[in-house]
Design a protein around this ligand. Sequence first.
Ligand code: ZN
Length: 217
Amino acid sequence: MKEFQATVVNADGNKIILDQTAFNGRGGGLPGDVGWINEIAVTDSIKQGDEIIHIIDGELKVGQKVHGKIDWEKRYKIMRMHTAAHLLIGLLANKEGLLVTGNQLGYEESRMDFNMEVLDRDKILGYVDEANSIISKGGKVKIYFLKRDEALKDKGLIKMAAAMPPEVDEWRIVDIGIDKQPDGGVHVADLNEIGRIVITKFENKGKSNRRLYFKLE
Ligand SMILES: [Zn+2]
């Protein structure tokens, strides 16, 4: 969804809450959506509990009917980056047993941290080639909901499941075949939308923490 109608339910200076929104809040390594509410620029979106706070470059009044529009060009880049990150995690974690410790997605470049005692560039680049061949074949990104009990029965999800707060009893699962995990973020519908992953840089970040940067072509 790129555009929507809504009503302002809370306005605190430049912080706006709507009765419904398509803006995705910052979190989990994804930047918050930017765009417009009416003609006013939305410069960030922040998740707070179940609500999204829209940071706007102006003012709106409670009760006002508004038209929201996401900056789709930027959002789509993040969707592609995010699915690409899951694909890399799938290969590095599930195939190589590396622990991916963090990631930060950007519009032009993203980065991912992983644990590897000695950086083996050729091995990592080999996985990127494999990722690109999976992308070129394409494949549906499946998104569905699972009850906690069901998720705990799934071998591929158990590790993640243990880390999930018990009060969340229904999980949104993002399944791209090589990787599946509970995830609340935005993704493309098919792997072939990602394009081609290109590693731009490797960095050493501490004793066994390695960082890679990638872009999409
Ligand atoms: Zn994710």
